[in-house]
Write a protein that binds this ligand. Structure first.
Ligand code: IVH
Length: 676
């Protein structure tokens, strides 16, 4: 009985997979995103591994790609075009390496060298050269048989038709990726859903002249059949490819050690958004061809290579509601409450809609099915609406004209710089009169860059506000702890912790104090500039009495916008009371003016490893207060490398090589004591 059920589940999954493949490879129109596809495929493979009676001829372990289309002649690949196994995290990489080590059963331990190559998300092609001439160009097809698209491939500038180099093998299939650059894709208005589909679609045009119209690129990275090639390493092969006239990926690297693979992966993932071509991971290949040969293939993928995939960054969901959030500066931001979805391992349930115009431009409505993007640290947002799935009864969203929190009128300000009306609508209340703005102002006041009060998170601020325990920022320092202790979820210990962290932050630097006030247009940088100019809170408070606001224009970096905003701040009674109360309740340290003749002047420092009893930020300011500077890598320009706990060995080795002085934390602190 159980067996029947498992077989049924398996067959249903296979049926679905065949459909996904058909849409992906034949119609260039994927039904699900890559990550879901990979997961789906993995489920099937897991089932097969568990129940060996399951394998069928449609198994994903046997099929690669899809049957070639009928438009082109089918030609067999002399050496099959394989697929790659996927890895998603460090653990997968560790296992990949372990398996290789076990397989090789090497007596003497050695470090495997890899060629790490960004995986371009395009269409692979195989170019057969004979005596230096391009004879046939095939698409991948099902891995065994491809489509003869020679004429189309020949229209691509990056593909050489003949190669004269003496060391070019007598016969070789050069394989690589056909793709379209993002900026070129943008010019192809709306014809294709993404660059990959555009490349695929244009490669499969019946008429090569149609292909020629689209600026396709080709990057080479491997070979199939070969006769007369005398190269022993992938990295050397990549160098040769370039010499022969092919383009290779400039981000290719040769690396050893999982740690370094991870570092490279992260660096490239961070660069991903700024590259002009789509990549979906890094391919690691064992560099040594002899080792590759020994390892061979499993099913349809080589044992010597793996694709370390980046997390997919979008998904489809439904908008359940649209809410208006009110920010610290009164901005009304529409937020879509969506049916929670997992995007790249993170559950997303909110997506910003930015502003009223964005809703109108994209015609976003409650109930719509939308494509959501979550990439890096950017707040998830709606990319587009699937109009086909829209409910016929759906109504346009009406953006409120009054503040949903306090009922004040809202306006769109005129921006004198852009000479346009702002896209953002704002509440016109005087800040603390609006509940939502007040709460946001208090959250800002306690935030990391401002008073940095541990234990006063966003939820607690909201709760304390609701319970009338705090209404203005200064109330934090007058908190009624006995009341807090009686609240649900609080006890003696947690209250004592809170009291401790609040008291700890009663002393603050002048610049952080200015920033904490949350004056519009006065961010950290501007707060720093003003604090250096005015030096003390006394001078700041007296700005309102002396009316010397306009003198601030002498500060490099401060302009009319900032000055008007400061004037505005001082014209409000609640703000004046806040300043007055705070100057009694907290101690604001005068700004320390940096001298360039401090005793660490002309000396540069770098830290590696964890410091004890002092944060990196504090260590940095200690150095800067004494006119020293911080550098971010070990080079000849570095004077001292300060070593904490668990330092990076590579940095120490490099410093030793460059004869840079290495200090322990205590030696460094001693140096400060002697000099300050
Ligand atoms: S090597 C046997 N190298 O990834 C090794 N493939 O799933 C297979 N790809 O079909 C090819 N960049 O379309 C290799 N530097 C690279 C690659 C790469 C992208 C694609 C290629 C292949 C797929 C494997």
């Amino acid at each position: 009985m159980k067996k029947k059920k498992i077989e049924k589940e398996y067959n249903e999954k296979i049926k679905k997979l065949v459909k996904f493949n058909k849409f992906y490879y034949e119609h260039n129109n994927p039904l699900i995103d890559d990550r879901d596809y990979d997961n789906f495929k993995k489920d099937i493979l897991d089932l097969e591994n568990k129940y060996s009676y399951l394998k069928n001829r449609n198994s994903p372990s046997l099929i690669v790609g899809f049957k070639p289309s009928k438009n082109f002649k089918k030609v067999s690949h002399k050496v099959p075009m394989l697929s790659l196994a996927n890895a998603f995290d460090k653990e997968d990489l560790v296992n990949f390496e372990k398996k290789i080590m076990n397989y090789l059963n090497q007596k003497i331990p050695f470090e495997i060298e890899y060629s790490a190559e960004p995986k371009i998300d395009g269409i692979s092609a195989s170019l057969s050269y004979k005596d230096g001439n391009l004879v046939t160009g095939l698409s991948r097809g099902d891995g065994k048989e491809g489509e003869d698209i020679t004429q189309n491939l020949k229209t691509i500038d990056d593909i050489p038709h003949s190669i004269l180099s003496k060391d070019f093998p007598e016969e070789i299939d050069i394989r690589g990726e056909i793709f379209i650059q993002n900026n070129d894709f943008k010019k192809l208005i709306n014809k294709f859903a993404n660059p990959r589909n555009a490349a695929s679609g244009s490669l499969r045009q019946k008429n090569p002249l149609e292909t020629k119209k689209i600026p396709l690129k080709f990057i080479a990275y491997t070979f199939g059949f070969e006769k007369g090639m005398k190269i022993s390493k992938q990295s050397d092969f990549l160098i040769k490819l370039k010499e022969w006239g092919f383009k290779t990926n400039p981000l290719n690297k040769t690396l050893k050690g999982i740690q370094n693979l991870m570092k490279n992966y992260k660096e490239i993932e961070n660069k991903r958004g700024s590259l002009d071509f789509d990549i979906d991971g890094i391919v690691y290949k064992i560099n040594d061809f002899k080792l590759q040969k020994r390892l061979g293939n499993v099913a349809n993928a080589p044992r010597w290579a793996v694709a370390h995939k980046f997390s997919a960054n979008n998904g489809v969901s439904k908008i359940e509601n649209i809410e208006i959030q009110i920010g610290r500066t009164g901005a009304l931001t529409p937020v879509a409450k969506i049916k929670p979805i997992n995007i790249g391992g993170v559950t997303v349930s909110n997506a910003t809609l930015h502003n009223e115009e964005e809703i109108i431009r994209k015609d976003i409505r409650i109930g719509d099915t939308v494509l959501i993007e979550r990439a890096g640290d950017v707040i998830p947002h709606v990319i587009s609406v699937d109009l086909k799935l829209r409910d016929t009864k759906s109504k346009k969203f009406i953006f409120p004209l009054d503040c949903p929190s306090c009922g004040s009128k809202t306006i769109k300000e005129y921006n004198s710089l852009t000479k346009k009306q702002d896209a953002v609508r704002r509440c016109t209340s005087d800040g603390f009169e609006c509940e939502k703005i007040s709460i946001e102002k208090i959250k800002h006041f306690v935030s990391k860059e401002a008073f940095n009060i541990d234990g006063l998170g966003k939820k607690i601020v909201e709760n304390f506000w609701k319970l009338n325990l705090i209404r203005l920022p200064q109330d934090i320092f007058k908190l009624d702890y006995t009341k807090v202790e009686n609240l649900d979820g609080w006890g003696k210990q947690s209250v004592s912790n809170l009291k401790y962290s609040i008291n700890l932050k009663k002393t603050i630097t002048f610049e952080k104090f200015i920033f904490a006030l949350g004056i519009r247009h006065i961010g950290l940088e501007n707060a720093k500039l003003i604090s250096k100019n005015l030096v003390s809170i006394k001078n700041f408070v007296s700005l309102s009495k002396t009316k010397k606001f306009d003198d601030l224009i002498n500060i490099d970096g401060i302009g009319d916008t900032q000055i008007n905003s400061i004037k505005n701040f001082f014209s409000n009674k609640t703000n004046l009371k806040m300043l007055n109360d705070l100057s009694r309740l907290v101690k604001v340290k005068d700004a320390v003016l940096l001298k360039d003749d401090g005793l660490l002047s002309n000396k540069s420092f770098m830290f590696t490893g964890k410091l004890t009893g002092i944060s990196r930020a504090e260590a940095k300011s200690l150095i800067e207060d004494n006119s020293g500077s911080i550098v971010s890598n070990v080079s000849k320009k570095l004077d001292y490398l300060v070593v904490g706990e668990k330092p990076t060995k590579r940095k120490i080795d490099l410093a030793n090589d460059l004869k840079i002085k290495i200090l322990s934390q205590s030696e460094w602190l001693k140096m400060l004591n002697e000099t300050s």
